[in-house]
Design a binder for this molecule. Structure first.
Ligand code: 13P
Length: 341
């Protein structure tokens, strides 16, 4: 495969494909495993990820790349085959989460700054050696009547830009993820408020990316959709699709090859329906696809329940969601297809 950033970015958003976000930190995967009463150990995390990565139909047809966590990019399947080799054999590009998480931002109650810039150049060089060709950094933006503050938006945008420039220097495509929370506190904001905050955040992020000399052709944007808060959800699918495309057209340069959404706590079907409606109803200069964590994995996790006899059921559930989202990336998902399965 080509090593040019532009070509890697284009492959990440190939027709009918999107990204699997399987980069839960050790703390986050423990929370996911708690929901199925499974102890989180290096072996149980390996077994879970092996189940996903060996879902060959999904990986070949609907997944362009996988975002991994530091532990996982170094891990092997039970038979000793490195995970990176398994996904590459199915044409999937390995990626890596490189941020060190969102920490309280000094002087800004209720807001966070994402850490992980110190030593990043050296870590990126190591990850490139381990096979990663793209990376992810998530900046988290609180939303309420009074938040975010300009200071928090600016500082998170600067961190994203410094990260993205270092990635491109290392031959790694940066996924730039400024997430306006839909499931944060209080979670009661309107879709109009989400539009306003998302517009400010994206305008600021692209200004900082430009100042940091990031090449838009060699990056992928991972935004939230424009949607009302999880405790106030009432916007229709068409409304979410329309407002999301509108804010992106107002803020994202056409040189960016692709936009891959996070699911952010939407139900599996909501996340799929919203993406499909955007692709079915609008023409855009960039590809619109998925980079889902929970919306691709929730059904698989609950079908699996940590038991080896359920691996096939977990793989069927994951393969189904991957296929539904692959269709949504082309605007071709229909609700009946969910029932048929
Ligand atoms: P969700 O789709 O579960 O929001 O996760 C995507 C992700 O990678 C968040 O950083």
């Amino acid at each position: 495969m080509s090593e040019r950033l532009e070509d890697i970015a284009i492959a990440m958003v190939a027709d009918g494909k999107g990204l699997l976000a399987a980069d839960e930190s050790t703390a986050t995967i423990k929370k996911r495993f708690d929901t199925i009463d499974l102890e989180s150990t290096a072996d149980s995390r390996r077994d879970y990820r092996e189940m996903l990565f060996r879902s060959q139909d999904a990986m070949r047809n609907n997944i362009s790349g996988v975002i991994l966590y530091d532990e996982t990019i170094r891990q092997s399947a039970k038979d000793g085959t490195p995970f990176v080799d398994i996904m590459k054999a199915d044409g999937c590009i390995p990626g890596i989460k490189v941020d060190a998480g969102a920490k309280p931002l000094a002087g800004y109650p209720g807001e966070t700054i994402t850490e992980g810039l110190d030593g990043l150049r050296e870590r990126l060089a190591e990850y490139h050696g381990l096979g990663a060709r793209f990376a992810k950094w998530r900046g988290v933006i609180s939303i309420s009547d009074t938040l975010p503050t300009w200071g928090a938006v600016k500082q998170n945008a600067q961190a994203l830009a410094r990260y993205a420039a270092l990635c491109q220097e290392a031959g790694i495509v940066p996924i730039v993820e400024p997430e306006v929370l839909m499931d944060g506190k209080p979670g009661t904001h309107s879709i109009e408020r989400c539009y306003e905050v998302t517009e400010l955040v994206l305008k600021t992020v692209f200004a900082e990316l430009y100042d940091a000399r990031v090449k838009f052709e060699g990056m992928i944007l991972k935004p939230n959709m424009v949607i009302d808060g999880q405790k106030a959800r009432k916007a229709s699918v068409d409304e979410v699709a329309e407002q999301t495309v509108r804010v992106l057209k107002a803020t994202v340069p056409a040189a960016v090859p692709g936009i891959a959404f996070l699911s952010g706590g939407q139900s599996d079907e909501e996340a799929t329906a919203h993406l499909s409606a955007m692709n079915a109803n609008f023409t855009t200069p960039w590809k619109l696809t998925f980079s889902y964590g929970r919306a691709l994995q929730a059904a698989a996790l609950s079908a699996w329940k940590g038991k080896s006899e359920n691996v096939a059921a977990g793989q069927r559930a994951f393969t189904h969601r991957a296929k539904m989202n692959g269709l949504a990336a082309m605007g071709g998902w229909k609700k009946d297809l969910e029932k048929a399965a």
